[in-house]
Design a protein around this ligand. Structure first.
Ligand code: ZN
Ligand code: ZN
Length: 280
C-alpha cells in the first residue's frame, strides 16, 4: 500500500531538513501523498514556529516542489495552527494569507486558569510539563485535563480545522503518573470531545510520533479512543508528524494494526482539492 502523511515539519519551523529532502525520502518510501505543515506564526517569541517574515518563502518552496514532482508524488501545503483562546489568530486568516490546501489544528499551550502563563504540554522535556502542571494548574489533574479537552472542543467549534492533530496529546508526558487514561472521568471528557469533533465533521489524525520518539507507549489517539471514533463515525487519517525525513513512515505498520483492531477500514487522503477515503 502507498503511504501518506499530512503533517510534516521542515527547516521552516522546528524540523531538521529542507523540504526537498522529505520529498525525495517520501518517494523512496512509497508515499503517494505528503503535506507540509509548519507551525503557524504565533504572536509571541518562540523557537518552534514559522516566522511571519518567512511565510511567503515557505509557501512558494512547497508549491514549487508540488510542480517539480508532479506525477511522482502529490505534495500539499498546510500549517499546523496552534489554538490558544484569545491569543491565536483565526485559522481562516492563515488559510487565506498562505493559500493553504487545508488546515491542521493543534493544542500545545494551555492558558492557566489564573491567567498568569501558558502551560507547554509538548516538547521533548518532561520536566517542562511537570513544572506547568504544578505551577500553573496547582497539580490538579482533573482541572488540567478538562482545560485541555475544552480547548480542543473550542477549537473544533470555532475554527473547524480539517484535521485535529494528536487528539489526546495531554497524556504524553503524564505517562500515567497524575491521572490514568483508563479513569472514568478522563474517558468521559475524551468522549465528550469526540462528540463535538464528530458534529463539526473534522478528521482526527492517528499520529505515531509519541511512540517513535519514545515519549509515549501508544498512538495519539489510543485504541480505546479509536474504538469511540469508529462508533461515532469520525473520519481519520494517518500522519507521522515527521521532523526529519527518516521519521516519515516510522511506526506505520504498527499504527495500521491498531487502526484495523479498532474496526476502522478507511483513511482520509487529500487529493487535488478534495478529501477522499482510501481503503486499508
Ligand atoms: Zn503538534
Ligand atoms: Zn506537528
Amino acid at each position: 500500500m502507498k503511504w501518506i502523511s499530512h503533517h510534516t515539519h521542515s527547516i521552516f519551523c522546528d524540523g531538521s531538513h529542507d523540504p526537498v529532502e522529505y520529498v525525495k525520502t517520501a518517494i523512496d518510501k512509497n508515499f503517494s501523498t505528503l503535506a507540509f505543515s509548519s507551525h503557524a506564526p504565533l504572536p509571541f517569541k518562540n523557537s518552534f514556529a514559522l516566522h511571519k517574515d518567512k511565510v511567503d518563502e515557505y509557501c512558494s518552496t512547497i508549491r514549487s516542489l508540488s510542480y517539480e514532482y508532479a506525477g511522482r508524488i502529490e505534495i500539499y501545503l498546510s500549517m499546523e495552527i496552534d489554538f490558544i483562546p484569545e491569543l491565536s489568530d483565526d485559522f481562516e486568516f492563515w488559510k487565506k494569507r498562505a493559500g493553504l490546501d487545508f488546515v491542521i489544528g493543534g493544542v500545545h499551550l494551555l492558558p492557566s486558569p489564573s491567567g498568569n502563563g501558558l502551560w507547554f504540554i509538548d516538547g521533548p522535556i518532561r520536566n517542562t510539563f511537570d513544572e506547568g502542571f504544578f505551577n500553573l494548574f496547582g497539580g490538579d489533574a482533573r482541572l488540567a485535563v478538562r482545560t485541555y479537552f475544552e480547548q480542543i472542543n473550542m477549537m473544533a467549534e470555532t475554527q473547524a480545522p480539517d484535521i485535529i492533530a494528536h487528539f489526546d496529546k495531554i497524556k504524553m508526558h503524564n505517562q500515567e503518573r497524575f491521572f490514568s487514561v483508563e479513569d472514568d472521568w478522563y474517558l468521559s471528557l475524551l468522549r465528550e470531545s469526540l462528540e463535538v469533533i464528530a458534529k463539526k465533521g473534522c478528521i482526527v489524525e492517528i499520529n505515531t510520533r509519541g511512540i517513535y520518539k519514545a515519549r509515549c507507549n501508544e498512538l495519539f489517539p489510543n485504541l480505546k479512543a479509536l474504538k469511540i471514533i469508529k462508533e461515532l463515525n469520525i473520519p481519520v487519517t494517518l500522519s507521522s508528524d515527521a521532523h526529519a525525513p527518516e521519521d516519515l513512515d516510522k511506526e506505520y505498520p504498527l499504527a495500521l494494526e491498531v487502526i484495523r483492531a479498532a474496526g476502522i477500514k478507511e483513511l482520509m487522503v487529500f487529493s487535488f482539492g478534495k478529501w477522499k477515503a482510501m481503503g486499508i
